[in-house]
Design a protein around this ligand. Sequence first.
Ligand code: HEM
Length: 279
Amino acid sequence: ESGGHVEDFDFSFEGPFGSYDQMQLQRGLQIYTEICAACHGLEYVSFRNLSEEGGPMLPEEQMRAYAQYYEIYDETLNDGEGDYRLATPADRFPQSSLSNAPDLSLMAKARAGFHGPYGLGINQFLYGMGGPEYVATLLVAYEEEPECAADAGMEGYYNSAFTAGGYPDSCKIFEEVETEVTDEDGNVTTTTELVEVGRQVPGSWIAMPQPLYGDDVEFADGHSTELHHEAEDVAAFLMWAAEPHLNARKAGGLQGVIFLVVLSVLLYLANKRLWAPHK
Ligand code: HEM
C-alpha cells in the first residue's frame, strides 16, 4: 500500500446546508489552547475572531479574558525598545513556538487534497472529505512502528496518514528490473536494477509526537473526550480558523438559489402572459 489513508468523519459543516457547530468549535479551541498551542501557532487568527458570528462565538468578556492569557511582544512600547504586554482582542495568536511545527491557521485548507479514484476529488465531492478529515485522521493515525522498520533507526513517529515524512528502504518493496543496453558495436549487455514498486505500510514518519490520546482535556459541556471525538473537535476548529465565513457563505448561496428559483418562475409566467395574445 502506498500513500496515506484518510478516514471519513461526519462534520456538521459538510454539504450545501452544513454549518459549524458552535459548541464543537469551543471544544476545539480548548484542545488547541491546552495542547496544540504548546508548539503550533495560529498567526492569521485574531482573538476578536473568537466572538464573531459563525465561529466559536465566545461571549465578549470571555474572549477578552482569553486574549489576556497571552503575552505579545510590542515594538512600540518602552520608547521604541519594545516590551511584552498582555494581548488585546485586536492582536493575533502567536506564531509557532517550535520552529519545525507549522502554523495551523490555514492547515485545514492546505491539506484538502484530492482523495478518491485518480485524485479527482470525488470523495471530497460525495463525502465532504477534505482537509479537516485529514487533520482528524492524522491525530488518530499514530500506530506502533511496523516490524519492517525495526532496524531502520527512523527518527520521529510512525503515522499511517502522514505522507510527507521519512520512509525506510526496509519497508519498501523492490523488484529487479532488467534493462538491455546496446553499445555502438551492437553488443547487448543486461543490467539489473532494483526499482521500488510498492510499500509495505501506508504513511511515513512524522516529527510531531502523538499529541492526543483521549481524556486529554475536560469539557465543560460534558462532551466525550474519546480520542476520536477530540480529534474531530480540534479539526473542526482548525477548519473554522482556515475558513471563518463558511456559515455566511453557505447561507448566502442558499438565498441566491432561492432568489433564482423565484425569478425563474416569474419570468416563465411573464413570458406566457406576454405571448398569450399571439398564440
Ligand atoms: C505538524 C496538528 C500538537 C509538533 C502538524 C500538522 C498538523 C498538526 C495538522 C501538519 C501535518 C502535515 O504536514 O501534513 C496538531 C494538532 C495538535 C498538535 C491539531 C494538537 C492536538 C503538536 C504538539 C507538538 C507538535 C504538542 C510539539 C510537541 C509538530 C511538528 C510538526 C507538526 C514538529 C511537523 C511534523 C513534520 O513535518 O514531520 N501538527 N499538532 N504538534 N506538529 Fe503538530
